[in-house]
Design a protein around this ligand. Structure first.
Ligand code: 6GU
Length: 250
C-alpha cells in the first residue's frame, strides 16, 4: 500500500507516519508514505502557490497549476495512483464503507488544501473529493491522515490479524461493547460480574446486548441500517441496502 500526500505543511504530516502501527509498517516496508511539498511546485522563484480570487473577495486561492505539477510528480515517481483524493468540506462524506473500499487500493494520493481552498479546476484533476464531516477545518492534512488511519488499519500487513477489527464499531453496523481490564474495582466502580464468570456464552451474549443498547441510546440512526432479530436478542444482520456507513459502494 502506497500513500502519497501533497501538502503545504509536510512537517505536520510526516511525524504521524513515523509512530505506532504506521511507523512499524513503514519500517518493515509493508506500506510507504511519500509526502510532497506543494511549494516545490510553485513554478516561480518566490515559491508563491496562491493568488487573489477572480471576482474579488477575501482570502487567497491555491493555483491549479501548482496542484497539477505536484500530481504529475507523484505519477512520475510512483506511477498512476488508484485514487487522487482532494480533501474538502464539499466532498463526499467519509464512511466506514468508503474506508473499506479505499483500503483495497494499492496507491492513494491526497491533495490537501489550506486557506480558502484550491482553484475549482483542481476538481478536474482528481478522482474524488472527500470530506471527513460537517465542520470546517483549516486545512486538509488532518482529513488526509484520517483516511490514512481508517484505511491502513484495515490492511492485514499493518494490523496483522484480521480478527481484531471484525467486531469494531461501524464494521458491524453498531457501536462496540465496553471493555474492562484490571483493577477489578477502581474508586468504587466495579467490572460487570458476567465478565469474570468464565462463561463464554454468557459473555458473548452480554457483549452483543451491550452493543445493541449503546447503539440504541447513542446512535439510533445506525440501527436503521441493521436488522434486529428480536428486541432482547443480539443477532444483527447486515442489510446491504441500508443508507449508513456499511453500504458497499459500487
Ligand atoms: Cl477534507 N477539509 C477541510 N478543510 N475541512 C473539512 C474537511 C476537509 N472535512 C470536513 N471539514
Amino acid at each position: 500500500m502506497k500513500y502519497s500526500i501533497c501538502t503545504l505543511f509536510p512537517q505536520l504530516v510526516t511525524p504521524w507516519t513515523e509512530e505506532g502501527l504506521l511507523g512499524r509498517a513503514v519500517e518493515k516496508e509493508l506500506i510507504s508514505f511519500d509526502v510532497y511539498n506543494l511549494r516545490d511546485f510553485s513554478g516561480n522563484k518566490h515559491n508563491k502557490v496562491d493568488d487573489t480570487p477572480y471576482g474579488g473577495g477575501a482570502g487567497m486561492v491555491i493555483r491549479v497549476d501548482v496542484a497539477a505539477r505536484a500530481i504529475e510528480a507523484v505519477k512520475a515517481d510512483l506511477g498512476e495512483p488508484d485514487e487522487i483524493i482532494l480533501l474538502s468540506p464539499a466532498g463526499e462524506p467519509l464512511t466506514q464503507a468508503m474506508a473499506e473500499e479505499l483500503a483495497t487500493k494499492d496507491h492513494l494520493c491526497f491533495i490537501c488544501g489550506r486557506y480558502e481552498g484550491f482553484d475549482a479546476r483542481v476538481e478536474q484533476l482528481v478522482t474524488r473529493e472527500v470530506s471527513i464531516g460537517d465542520y470546517v477545518l483549516m486545512g486538509g492534512e488532518v482529513a488526509a491522515l484520517t483516511i490514512v488511519e481508517a484505511t491502513a488499519r484495515l490492511r492485514t500487513e499493518v494490523i496483522g490479524s484480521e480478527e481484531s477489527h471484525q467486531q469494531d464499531s461501524f464494521s458491524s453496523g453498531m457501536l462496540d461493547y465496553p471493555e474492562y481490564t484490571r483493577p477489578l474495582t477502581f474508586e468504587g466502580m466495579t467490572v460487570p460480574e458476567v465478565l469474570t464468570s468464565g462463561n463464554h456464552g454468557k459473555v458473548d451474549a452480554w457483549r452483543k446486548e451491550m452493543a445493541v443498547e449503546r447503539t440504541k441510546e447513542r446512535r439510533p440512526d445506525l440501527l436503521e441500517g441493521a436488522t434486529l432479530v428480536s428486541d432482547k436478542e443480539t443477532s444483527i444482520t447486515k442489510n446491504p441496502n441500508k443508507k449508513n456507513g456499511n453500504k458497499k459502494s459500487d
